[in-house]
Design a protein around this ligand. Structure first.
Ligand SMILES: NC(=O)C1=CN([C@@H]2O[C@H](COP(=O)(O)OP(=O)(O)OC[C@H]3O[C@@H](n4cnc5c(N)ncnc54)[C@H](O)[C@@H]3O)[C@@H](O)[C@H]2O)C=CC1
Ligand SMILES: O=C(O)[C@H]1O[C@H](OP(=O)(O)OP(=O)(O)OC[C@H]2O[C@@H](n3ccc(=O)[nH]c3=O)[C@H](O)[C@@H]2O)[C@H](O)[C@@H](O)[C@@H]1O
Length: 429
């Protein structure tokens, strides 16, 4: 018997698994359901299908409370709150693809004691249309709560257990209260609001963070023209409480499964509602250009890239994940090959995923093998082991001398002291 209310979790991707493990840690029995039978089988064997620091340990610790199945009925029979964490990828138009969400909604039975709790990121208005659908199909007693997720890959477990806030959008019924109660043991402010507003908090938060990144990237580009150093500029800006130091790291642009899709989804949502969201067009465009700027830097130093050997350090969209969705490395490896370069890359964790998505490049077992005989090396993902590289060793094996620090993560002085040429993003020091 669990100490706390049992819950169901539908979808066992990043968000589903972290939510399940997190609530199990807080004392709930969790009934996880996924349509991917292979994934469920692996989870039953104790195998964790994604790389996320701390998740395997948290799942192992709470093994007794975690139950995995492909049958929705296993969750429906034991839990009244069903957390939905299925994917909402972009369609070709840029709108969110809600087909997986609708499959879940359609599979719900007539019930007066169940609620869907939406963790998936959906456009504002989705809850309202789901409730309309429930009413039209005689399920008007089925409750609905929006409870968007704000975790970051790479620190997802910590983000779940120590969130900045918990947002709960509901109709003021038992379901909203039950979700609030579940989260009450976390030391975090709760924002209880209506469903539309909760949905918008999520989209607006991601769009704002993406805007901050595109903004600092443009500042970095201006720094390159004016001799200022963006790291110093970001430090000076970030000390202003109203601005804050986070998400002011200039680099090769944002990637991942969420910022690109959610910024576009919000732009589409606005457009579909008759409002042209100009700012977001720029955020997206700046990001696309930023991914490609490194090509110009390589050409500035090397001239033509035909026949050049270019090493990439890191492939994942950010460190501490094996997620390759919308990773800058996808664009970069394609552009480099199109320009006639040979590309060699290493990622400590994401290589298996990368092999599925990137063709025509060589994979090296470590950073030094990336550097061997390379005309230039580009840091794409700021894994800790790349920060700690011995650049004397790197210089000894390279054919050329150019290091492009695409994440401003290296020590320029250490790179230069090894006789190498350092080029960051918006850096003059
Ligand atoms: N990945 C992240 O860091 C974050 C993601 N989100 C949002 O959470 C949602 C889920 O994202 P991820 O976990 O990354 O997705 P994912 O793609 O890793 O996992 C989705 C899972 O849902 C399963 N699924 C699909 N249809 C199903 C159905 N009808 N019944 C049961 N299971 C089904 C899939 O088999 C898959 O295992 C998305 O809306 C995303 O925008 C929100 C915050 C953070
Ligand atoms: O909705 C989501 O899925 C999640 O999206 C992001 O999380 P995530 O994509 O995991 O990773 P971030 O740490 O936000 O990084 C996203 C991208 O921005 C880039 N970035 C981040 C910060 C920065 O200062 N500069 C910068 O270029 C990263 O390299 C990465 O490519 C948000 O940070 C989470 O709050 C949100 O829940």
């Amino acid at each position: 018997m669990s100490e706390r209310e049992p819950i169901g979790v539908i979808g066992t991707g990043y968000v589903g698994l972290v939510t399940a493990a997190g609530f199990a840690e807080l004392g709930s029995d969790v009934y996880c359901v996924d349509i991917d039978a292979d994934k469920i089988e692996r989870l039953k064997q104790g195998e964790i299908p994604i790389y996320e620091p701390g998740l395997e340990e948290l799942i192992a610790k709470n093994r007794e409370r975690l139950h995995f199945s492909t049958e929705l009925s296993d969750a429906l029979e034991r839990a009244r709150l069903l957390f939905v964490a299925v994917g909402t990828p972009p369609t070709y138009s840029g709108d969110a693809d809600l087909s997986a969400v609708h499959a879940v909604v359609n599979a719900m039975p007539v019930s007066d004691h169940h609620a869907l709790v939406m963790k998936s990121t959906v456009p504002a208005g989705t809850g309202t249309s789901i409730k309309r659908l429930f009413t039209a199909t005689g399920k008007d007693q089925f409750r609905y709560v929006s409870c968007p997720e704000f975790l970051k890959e790479g620190s997802a477990v910590k983000d779940f257990l120590h969130p900045d806030r918990v947002v709960i959008g509901d109709d003021g019924d038992w379901a909203g209260d039950a979700v609030a109660e579940l989260y009450s043991s976390l030391d975090a402010p709760q924002v209880r609001t209506d469903i539309n507003s909760a949905e918008m908090v999520k989209l607006a938060s991601n769009a704002f963070l993406a805007t901050k990144i595109s903004f600092i990237n443009e500042i970095a580009n201006v720094c390159e023209e004016t001799g200022a150093d963006v790291v110093e500029v970001a430090k000076g800006m970030g000390l202003d409480d109203r601005i804050g130091p986070k998400f002011l790291q200039a680099g090769l642009g944002f990637g991942g499964s969420c910022f690109p899709k959610d910024v576009t989804a919000l732009k589409q949502l606005a457009g579909n509602s008759g409002y042209h969201f100009q700012l977001l067009n720029s955020v997206i465009e700046v990001n696309e250009l930023q991914k490609r700027r490194v090509m110009g830097k390589l050409q500035k130093h090397l001239g033509t890239l035909v026949g050049r050997r270019i090493g990439l350090l890191g492939l994942a969209f950010k460190p501490n994940t094996d997620d390759m969705r919308e990773a800058t490395s996808l664009v970069l490896s394609a552009r480099l090959q199109a320009a006639g370069a040979t590309v060699i890359a290493h990622d400590p964790i994401a290589e298996d995923e990368a092999r599925k998505l990137i063709t025509g490049i060589e994979f090296a077992p470590d950073a030094l093998e990336v550097a061997r005989d390379a005309d230039a090396v580009v840091l794409v993902t700021e894994w800790d082991q790349f920060r700690a590289l011995d650049f004397e060793q790197v210089a000894a094996v390279m054919a050329g001398t150019l290091i492009i620090d695409g994440r401003n993560a290296l020590d320029p002085a250490a790179v230069r002291a090894a006789g190498l040429t350092y080029e960051g993003v918006g850096r003059s020091h």
